[in-house]
Design a protein around this ligand. Structure first.
Ligand SMILES: [Zn+2]
Ligand SMILES: [Zn+2]
Length: 120
């Protein structure tokens, strides 16, 4: 398991680029979206979500939206600067490759964290 502690630089900061790259080489991180691969199988692989880009079915991803026309993907977090995309529901985006306008749906999921035992 790659640890960020192995990438501490002389100034005490962490070399995140080298850390992420080592994770990809070890198959622990997706080469496309940098997402964590829970059960690494091979070096330089794609996560389950990125693998499904080639399927024609509805595409679900934590980071990317896929153009229904040309299959190009774009990072919603960096390509949309208004906070609206983080609101649950439908939003419109233009494909960065072919300029097709399409709607995507933001689905929000929740998780609930309870205190440690003995803490209230
Ligand atoms: Zn991925
Ligand atoms: Zn497109």
């Amino acid at each position: 398991m790659i640890s960020f502690k192995d990438f501490v630089q002389e100034d005490g900061g962490i070399n995140w680029d080298a850390y992420n790259e080592a994770g990809k080489n070890a198959g622990e991180r997706c080469v496309k979206c940098n997402g964590v691969i829970t059960y690494p199988k091979a070096p330089r692989s794609l996560c389950v979500m990125c693998k499904s880009i080639d399927d024609d079915a509805e595409f679900n991803h934590d980071v990317f939206v896929r153009c229904p026309e040309c299959r190009a993907t774009q990072n919603v977090n960096s390509d949309c600067d208004d906070g609206e995309i983080y609101e649950s529901g439908y939003h419109t985006i233009d494909c960065s490759e072919c300029e097709t306008e399409f709607d995507f749906e933001t689905r929000i999921s929740f998780s609930f964290a309870s205190p440690k035992m003995g803490e209230k």
